[in-house]
Structure formats: structure tokens, C-alpha cells
Design a protein around this ligand. Sequence first.
Ligand SMILES: [Zn+2]
Length: 262
Amino acid sequence: MSLSLYVKRDKQYPGGLRFALHIPFEKWGDAPPKAKAPFATNPGMSVVTVDLGVNRLAVMGAFRDDKLLATQFIHGGELNHKRHLLLNAIYKKRGQSGRLQKDVPDNVDLWNKVRNIDENAARQVARQIVKFAIDHGAKVVVFEYLRGYRPPKERMSRSGRKNHKRAYWLRGKIVTWVRDVAFREGILTVERNPAYTSQMCPHCHMPGERTGHHFTCQNPVHSYHADADFVGMMNLYRKWNGTFVYPRKKRADEPNPAQVTA
Ligand SMILES: [Zn+2]
């Protein structure tokens, strides 16, 4: 979004031209109650929650009356691989050409390709999310609130880091597109705090453990395994309907689980 000036021919205006200044702004605060309002009169309305990730671009779930009706996964492995190859080529060329010149864009064609595949992916994923919402009669799409980018802790090549960053940035792009396309379909887009959504079991509310793409509930009598992004999507629904249970605060005298198993 940027400040933009539009000019249109219009005879009713002096000089035959009409100017319009478009000032983008973001609105905060009162969206959640507004999104909830239609549910008070129509509790049977459905909701779609979406967990956005890297290897899975999106995991969607449609809910009605607190029941999961359908899920859909959109995979992003291929996109990440393609982008990584392009970034590798850019960094290799940079290495060969030595120092970058200030204010002179480098590898213009390759960068354009990177931008195009990301832009294209963002639009396609957004369209699929909105279609999923329409197909299930949802009037609200719930995303996690995207926090600022944090670089990965593990060692990565420069192109790997850049790829990681662009994959993160793509999630914001997807949300922006969904908000835009969904709005035209009369569907609201809201965001919820993602704290603990990947750490708690959505069924028994006990903490679980995430290893890669896998979630394992730590409750010994539950033994629940699931896809970690699926769990994120389920918990996002719990955040929406207010049934998410945060981990209880540790008592000062409680032993650290790491010490117990050591
Ligand atoms: Zn559990």
C-alpha cells in the first residue's frame, strides 16, 4: 500500500481533470467484536481458520457449530525450492562480480523472477483460501497475527536466509490479498494472537511437543499425534471461539521437567 494520486478526465472539474489522492491507512481495534456480531444472531454460521507456514503455505479448516467440516492443505515445498534455486543463482553471480555497486540494481531479471513467483503464489493461495471460505459458507476468515520477522537461529547460507525471509514475507502478502478479495465477497478477515497455538493440544488442552512438522501431545492418557500446522489451525479456531486454554503458570516449587528426566 502506498500513497497514490489518481487523475481522471472529468468535464465537471476545472481544467477537465479530477484529482483523487488515495491515502491508505490501517484500522485497529474494533474488528473482533464486529466480526463476532453476526454470530450472536446466527450461531450456525461457519468460520474458516488458516494457519500459514513455509513448507505448507496454508492449512485451512472450516468450522460450524464448533465442528470441523473440512480441511485443505496448500503445499509450498515446490515454491520454496524454486525460489531457493533462483536466489542461489543470484548470490553466485554476486560472488563472481565482486562488490555490488551502490544504487545499481544487480541481476534484474533473476530478481524479477523471484518477485513474480512470490506475487503469483500469494494471489493463488489467497484465491484458494477465499474459495474455500465461500464453498463452506464462511463469513469470517481467521488468521494468526503475524509478528515481525525473526531470522532463523540455525546456520544457513545467504541464499537460504533470504529464502527464509521471503517465505515469511509471503505470509503477509497472502493475508493482504485475502483481506482484499474476501471483502469483496462480504467475508471479513480477522487476526488472532498466535501465542501457544503450536504448543497446546487442541483436544485435551495439555502441552505437546513439536518436532519438525509433527505434533505429539504430552498427555500420557491421550497419545495424540497430528500435523503441527493442522494443530495450529485447530487452536486458531479455539482462539476465535474463546476455548483456547493457555498453559498454566508453573508454581515456584514445581520441578523443571528437564531436571526430572535428567
Ligand atoms: Zn492431548
